[in-house]
Design a protein around this ligand. Structure first.
Ligand SMILES: Nc1ncnc2c1ncn2[C@@H]1O[C@H](COP(=O)(O)OP(=O)(O)OP(=O)(O)O)[C@@H](O)[C@H]1O
Ligand SMILES: [Mg+2]
Length: 590
């Protein structure tokens, strides 16, 4: 039996409510406040005073209103039916809410996060009489054509399996197994609750060694992220954060995507909601929605629900990780989340630190990103969570607190550049300001595909860095003043930008570039650089090389050649080699 605590509101400050009399209530417990029984969460305890943040619009709430609590922590319901669903920050299904109240959500609505009447085909995979513990496999449910849902014993529960239901159709509320825990009977269902703020336990952490393939060339080749890694996408207004997150959510090779639209404009989220059901995964021909869970807490929804939405999202991610899946979490934008934290902190009267953010901003960000990782799960499988957070620094100034704190905890930084975005060079990820710390972790994976990968990648990166340096000189003296070999570096850098770095999210062939296609393009580019440089050093002019017909043709390879016919790129590389070989080097002297 749960304890029931009751109390009275003594003060209301926006969504922050103070109450007294709630005996036995603990931190992060759920409380229902006022006659509408609005849902809130205990965020602070101060002697007899309980401070609650209310997750719904609480206009009209006042001192004297009743508060009740079952003294249970704020939790998410985890079970089959999460996939394809769209939730608000506190896991209320938006489609269900809309059916109940239309487009204006009434206060105090409670609705199950998972359909309670839907039957799932359960396949038992354990025998009565066996000893089981947290993470043990009990059975399976086909949740979507793309996701086989493993029904595992929740962490912290153990005992002897005393009964298991035969294969058949069950709802999430029906008992499918029973356990003798030694101190009582545990009734197991297809779904169970887990507190959002407590990371789900896993076994040993493993070193990330497999890249998350995103199909975005600048990321995969130049600034790769490992599965189980963390990345930030900082960028000023309109530089392409959301587009980049969408591209990753659509095309990255994670098994499950958790997309958290956090404080962004409603219409951006609508785009996701209308886009995803129509998009087909190239790898298996299935709609992408069949592997996606969405959380939408847009800018017009209550601020506290935005604060909790990232924890709701990452807890769902951990649940699928525990089944042995690779999960990618996109959070757009963590700056809007941090603003929610700032607003709540100021209402709590916390001492403001930099730019009004509370001093614990860094700790909270760290706690979120720490939930990423590649682990051995409790059931002995391997699972991972990759977290990618967009950051929107005001005025595009990366020295502000959210960007600075985030960069301390992520190992991959894809800095968006306003100049590139203005020039409509997309993705506008800067090759100068971005970095990754995963190169040595995942290099071997690429080297297994092609043992020249790292050397070519580094060679092209050096051209881009050298180009950046030379551009400063060009600004002062013009490119004609540079020696031919340096002019050739400028030309090659320009070609790399056009052929490789620019990628059009709207082009059917270019929106996703397979690793194999990336490798082919890298070989074409490095051939152009190496052979061409020899010729330039021998006296040929950059113009002669730039004038070759095949050089202008390679710019179109990315959009003309699909991922399935990449051998065609070899023919272009061969023509390039032949074209270069046929160029006549002018004879000097006599
Ligand atoms: N990869 C891309 N391919 C083509 N167009 C792009 C790409 N990235 C961004 N754009 C263009 O830039 C516009 C703005 O991008 P986006 O909405 O992603 O920016 P944002 O950084 O999320 O903006 P905000 O700061 O408002 O959240 C898009 O509407 C689109 O026209
Ligand atoms: Mg955006």
């Amino acid at each position: 039996m749960d304890d029931l605590a009751t109390g009275k509101v003594i003060a209301v400050n926006g969504p922050i409510v103070k109450a007294t009399g709630l005996r036995g209530i603990g931190m992060f417990d759920v409380a229902e406040v006022g006659s509408d029984r609005l849902m809130g969460e205990v965020i602070r305890l101060d002697k007899d005073v309980t401070i609650i943040q209310v997750y719904e619009d609480n206009t009209g709430m006042r001192p004297g209103d009743e508060v009740i609590s079952h003294c249970r922590p704020l939790s998410v319901l985890l079970g089959p039916g999460l996939i394809g669903n769209i939730y608000d920050g506190i896991q209320r299904p938006l489609v269900g809410l809309c059916e109940m109240c239309g487009s204006y959500i009434r206060k105090g609505i409670t609705i199950s996060p998972l359909a309670v009447d839907r039957k799932w085909e359960f396949q038992p995979l354990a025998d009565a009489g066996t000893e089981v513990r947290g993470g043990s496999l009990i059975g399976e449910v086909r949740e979507s054509p793309l996701v086989l849902h493993r029904v595992l014993l929740p962490p912290g529960v153990s005992g002897t399996l005393t009964g298991i239901a035969p294969a058949g159709q069950y709802t999430i509320e029906e008992e499918v197994f029973t356990l003798d825990t030694g101190s009582g009977t545990y009734s197991g269902k297809l779904a169970s609750y887990w507190p959002v703020r407590r990371p789900r336990p896993a076994g040993t952490r493993k070193k990330p060694s497999i890249p998350l393939i995103t199909g975005q060339r600048i990321i995969d080749t130049f600034f790769p992220i490992a599965r189980g890694g963390t990345a930030a996408i900082p960028g000023g207004f309109g530089t392409g954060k959301t587009m980049t997150q969408h591209a990753l959510a659509k095309w990255c090779n994670a098994d499950i995507i958790v997309y958290i639209g956090c404080g962004e404009r409603g219409n951006e989220m609508t785009e996701v909601l209308t886009d995803f059901p129509r998009l087909i995964d190239e790898r298996n021909g299935r709609p992408l929605i069949e592997r996606t869970v969405m959380i939408a807490n847009t800018s017009n929804m209550p601020v506290p629900a935005r604060e909790v939405s990232i924890y709701t999202g990452v807890t769902i991610a951990e649940y699928y990780r525990d089944m042995g899946y690779g999960v990618a979490v996109m959070a757009d934008s963590t700056s809007r989340w941090a603003e929610a934290l700032r607003e709540l902190a100021s209402r709590l009267g916390d001492m403001p630190a930099e730019e009004g953010f509370p001093p614990y901003l860094g700790t909270r960000l760290a706690e979120f990103y720490e939930r990423a990782g590649r682990v051995e799960t409790l059931s002995g499988r391997e699972g991972d969570i990759t977290i990618i957070g967009a950051v929107s620094p005001p005025g595009g100034d990366f020295s502000e607190p959210v960007t600075q704190n985030t960069s301390r905890f992520v190992r991959c930084f894809w800095a968006l550049d306003k100049t590139l975005a203005d020039a409509r060079h997309y993705p506008s990820i800067s090759w100068i300001d971005s970095y990754t710390e995963y190169l040595s972790d995942i290099g071997q994976w690429w080297e297994n595909l092609d043992n020249e990968w790292l050397s070519i990648r580094n060679e092209l990166m050096n051209i881009l860095v050298e180009d950046h340096r030379l551009q400063q000189v060009v600004k002062l003296v013009g490119s004609d003043a540079l020696p031919p070999s340096e002019q050739y570096v400028l030309f090659c850098a320009e070609t790399i930008k056009n052929v490789f770095l620019q990628q059009n999210s709207f082009d059917p062939h270019d929106k996703f570039c397979s690793p194999e296609k990336q490798l082919k393009l890298l070989h074409t580019l490095v051939c152009l650089y190496r052979r061409g440089l020899e010729l330039v050093q021998a006296g040929l002019s950059v113009k002669d090389i730039a004038g070759l017909e095949v050089v202008s043709e390679i710019v179109r390879l990315k959009s003309e050649i699909s991922n399935r016919e990449i051998e065609k790129i070899d023919a272009y590389t061969l023509r390039l080699e032949q074209g270069l070989a046929a160029l006549k080097i002018p004879t000097t002297g006599e």
